[in-house]
Design a protein around this ligand. Structure first.
Ligand code: SAM
Length: 241
């Protein structure tokens, strides 16, 4: 078996590269995510988790392509607007447990579904179609929701596509209580990632054998990102073969 490649990145190590990253990715057609955050202040922005600093490096090669992006979690539509502004050719889908149709535009379509319900996710994908370049989970952040969505939606990525599971820090009840972590912690999303690092295989108790197998057969590499700030901002990103 080929060992999966997992990169552990601590953002404090790369924050000194901030200005280099930003200047490299600015082009005539668009602003950087950090710049767009001034207009669309989601918690991915520098004032909070600052995932955008790292997303710039991951997303800038796709910036002007006709990509398909799906995000779980719409809230007030700020991240929909951020992606719409950053990716001028993208088709963007937002999935939320509540109706967010007020944020629909020519390129943004929202759908109602519970990310913890496979049947609901299957219905949503029947509407959006498959072959996503990027799927982001910024939804309810419970352990079952994060892992069921990962198992159910990873197949909807295109080859080479990227799945980002935001806010893995909800796996730490001492910091973020109420996200469904068992007393022994073994069901947490962080524990799933830790097992992947140690044993080279994804295993989630929330997933069927077929879903676990699909992930193990189709993940090419993953990255775990951690910022040692007061929020303990973490995300996990995996590319599809
Ligand atoms: C953190 S907010 C999303 C923020 C948004 N992505 C942004 O950056 O501006 C979380 C969203 O997830 C939605 N949500 C909560 N539980 C959910 C579930 N089970 N399925 C789908 N969406 C859910 C909430 O309604 C809320 O709009």
């Amino acid at each position: 078996m080929n060992a999966p490649i997992l990169l552990l990145v601590c953002i404090s190590c790369i924050s000194s590269c901030d200005s280099r990253l930003s200047s490299r990715s600015v082009n005539q057609q668009g602003k950087t995510l950090v710049e767009l955050c001034q207009r669309y202040p989601t918690d991915k922005c520098p004032y909070h988790h600052n995932y955008v600093e790292f997303y710039e490096a991951l997303f800038s090669p796709l910036k002007n392509q006709r990509i398909r992006l799906l995000e779980i979690g719409v809230l007030k539509g700020d991240s929909m607007k951020l992606w719409e502004a950053y990716f001028p050719e993208a088709r963007i889908f937002g999935l939320d447990i509540y109706d967010k149709a007020e944020y629909d535009t020519e390129r943004v379509k929202t759908l109602v579904a519970d990310q913890g319900n496979r049947a609901g996710l299957t219905k949503a994908i029947a509407v959006t179609g498959r072959d996503f370049d990027i799927i982001l989970d910024d939804g309810g952040h419970r352990m079952d929701q994060q892992q069921i969505s990962f198992g159910a939606l990873f197949p909807a990525l295109k080859s080479g596509g990227l799945y980002i599971l935001e806010d893995v820090h909800t796996s730490f009840p001492e910091l973020y209580p109420g996200y469904g972590v068992d007393p022994d912690g073994q069901n947490s999303t962080y524990a799933m990632i830790d097992r992947f690092v140690r044993a080279g295989r994804i295993h989630s108790k929330y997933l069927t054998n077929a879903e676990n197998d699909y992930l193990n057969n189709n993940i090419s590499r993953c990255l775990y990102f951690f910022r040692p700030n007061k929020f303990h901002s973490d995300f996990f990103a995996c590319w599809k073969k």
